[in-house]
Design a protein. Sequence first.
Length: 255
Amino acid sequence: MTVKLYTMTCGRLVGRLKDMIEGEDGEVDLPIPSYLIEHPKGRALFDTGMHPQLRNDAAGRIGERAARIFGFEHFGPQDDVKSKLESIDRDPGKVDVIVNSHLHFDHAGGNQFLPNATVVVQKAEWQAAHDSETAAKVGFFKADFDHGHPVKQVEGEHDLFGDGSVVCIPTYGHTPGHQSLKIRTDKGDVVLTGDSCYFCRTLRERRLPRFVYDRGQMLASLDRLEALEKGGATLFFGHDPDFWKNVPQAPVPAF
């Protein structure tokens, strides 16, 4: 079966480099990717970017603290996932599945605009997001994921279409139930790392982000990603500005 993978950079988020990788300083422009996977059995999105409210009312969306840490000046009117899909003649209402790597605002903020999709998320992530104490600690905001979608809570690996071509793989640590996505294409295997691996340097140097739910789990997830790469898979790093300079954008297939 032919699986097509398209990437859409849904704006950029200005962050503090010290929060992204140990031992660094200054500001960094972080690409915000969303991935469209087209399979003969359906259409899926891996992550949905940010919500348009962040452009003019970030504090109202994600609270004063997070709004102070991040900048949204590079998140333009056409950068939300709905606009990106429509720009390549894809109807947001005809997306069948949303696979959220995790439920942070820059990965689930566009869920609202895919009204007919089923959300596939790790059970540990969904439960953490609905525990007020954990949600506050990890930085989950109900406005991003509480839209009445059908939700499939999975535990560990999950074969999205039943043929081994698109498989959720647990990469816990960044959040309680973070997951990545392994895709088998005609050109080889691809792994969409999400935030289990912000940068290529994260993998090579094992320098973790400042805010991590479980360091031990995240290091183990990096070991797993490294093993997949050594086995021939191409890794797509979550927010690496250097990596994303050379990634083809939809409507050109990325892989």
